[in-house]
Ligand binder design. Structure first.
Ligand SMILES: Nc1ncnc2c1ncn2[C@@H]1O[C@H](COP(=O)(O)OP(=O)(O)O)[C@@H](O)[C@H]1O
Ligand SMILES: [Mg+2]
Length: 262
């Protein structure tokens, strides 16, 4: 929550509910979710599969209109697809008929940012995620992890101040995943983007976040928000410290108490 004189929160979920209705069934996916991602803050969402995490991200990106409550992006109610945030969905969602570079540049075309500086940035991002040499490859020629890395580059190429990331490291091998986690942390630390990050890795959430929002099983609610009071910038060695592991255990304990991760 903010007053008029302060920078507005990057994203505010206000009492958001979502009920999916189809002829076969009614699914209550979210129930009364309120969560603010402050300007420059890194917030992770963790929760059991099917608790509505992706639904929250779809609502924040404006691709889905919630059946209850509202979402504000930088103080403005979301009505329709948002162009401000960079979004990487759980599935890479690449266009089959465009090359790797073409899929990244599409983000710039719609925004009329297709200049040399942004093209160079696209190349640089692809290099960072190990895709140099694949710029002209087509999605069918890539592994699942490679496609996901293209989708991360597409989310970052226009240098958005807000990032919505839905399990972006899901299909990656452990080494690449850890490297991208460190890259994302560095990027966030240097540029203070506002990030809503969905992950099924508790350790990843603790490492990256200022706060971790722990969700209940469906219908998803925010069960607890855990402040991660660990210094920045964070380095890989943090993951073996007692302080780090205390947070991981605390969140693990919340799931165990509900019968998960036993
Ligand atoms: N388009 C949809 N139509 C109907 N039900 C949906 C749709 N999208 C998601 N759901 C249901 O809503 C619930 C939450 O889904 P989702 O947000 O994808 O969860 P999560 O990302 O936490 O795994 C699930 O039970 C899922 O089956
Ligand atoms: Mg999901």
């Amino acid at each position: 929550m903010t007053t008029a004189s302060e920078t507005p929160d990057a994203i505010s979920f206000r009492d958001v509910s979502q009920v999916y209705r189809s002829p076969e069934r009614i699914v209550e996916a979210l129930c009364g979710v309120s969560l603010d991602i402050r300007d420059g803050e890194f917030v992770s969402l963790v929760g059991p599969s099917g608790c509505g995490k992706s639904t929250m991200l779809m609502i924040a990106s404006g691709l889905l209109t919630s059946t209850g409550g509202e979402v504000l992006v930088e103080g403005t109610p979301v009505r329709g697809p948002q162009t401000l945030p960079g979004v990487a969905f759980q599935d890479a969602l690449l266009l089959d008929w465009r090359t790797v570079m073409g899929n990244v540049l599409i983000q710039l075309e719609g925004r009329k940012l297709l200049d040399d500086a942004h093209r160079a940035r696209a190349g640089d991002l692809l290099r960072r995620v190990g895709l140099t040499g694949f710029e002209n490859a087509y999605p069918r020629q890539l592994s699942g992890g490679m496609k996901q890395r293209v989708s991360i580059c597409r989310a970052l190429v226009h240098d958005p101040s807000i990032l919505l990331l839905d399990e972006p490291f899901g299909a990656l091998d452990t080494m690449t995943r850890e490297q991208l986690m460190l890259d994302l942390h560095r990027l966030w630390y240097e540029q203070r983007k506002s990030v809503l990050f969905i992950t099924h890795s508790i350790a990843e959430a603790v490492f990256l976040s200022d706060r971790v929002a722990v969700m209940t099983p469906r219908p998803g609610r925010i069960e607890r928000i855990v402040d991660i009071d660990l210094p920045h910038p964070r380095s890989p060695g943090l993951q073996v410290t007692p302080e780090f592991n205390a947070y991981v255990s605390q969140i693990h304990g919340l799931f165990q108490a509900r019968g998960y991760l036993t």
